[in-house]
Design a protein. Structure first.
Length: 141
């Protein structure tokens, strides 16, 4: 479903607006971060990384969620920050694949699958954000 509105930070001919892409990213990232924080003791044996590592990742993701929500709630959305969010998502997805490929952490098979699934979700958010940014440039230009 395509949406079209008149506000530059929400105009898109893609599947979602930039605001929606950023706020969905914030929600999923925040939920993931909180899950790591709350369940690190259980998730360490399931996924492979130590409890300490999962707590660090959970705290980092929670902070990222706050930043994404802040960017996505601005009127207008700052294009440079939105681009940074998309670029960061791409780097996170590539890093996640590299983490599994090169065995940088002692991930279980479940941990490897989980990491690759997360990489796919993060790459999807990056694609949605980039499509929405491109639509804004076309609309503004």
């Amino acid at each position: 479903m395509n949406t079209t509105t008149t506000h530059p930070s929400t105009t898109t001919t893609g599947p979602v607006s930039l605001r929606t892409a950023l706020l969905l990213d914030a929600a999923v990232t925040g939920a993931n971060g909180l899950a790591y924080l709350a369940g690190a003791v259980v998730l360490d044996s399931l996924l492979g990384p130590t409890t300490g590592h999962l707590l660090l990742v959970g705290a980092f993701l929670s902070a990222c969620a706050v930043i994404l929500a802040t960017i996505g709630s601005r009127r207008p959305i700052p294009g440079g920050w939105a681009m940074f969010a998309a670029d960061f998502n791409i780097a996170w997805a590539v890093g996640s694949v590299a983490l599994v490929t090169f065995g940088w952490l002692d991930l279980t098979t479940t941990g490897q699958v989980w990491t690759l699934l997360q990489a796919a979700v993060v790459a999807t958010f990056a694609a949605l954000q980039l499509l929405a940014l491109r639509a804004e440039v076309r609309t503004a230009g």
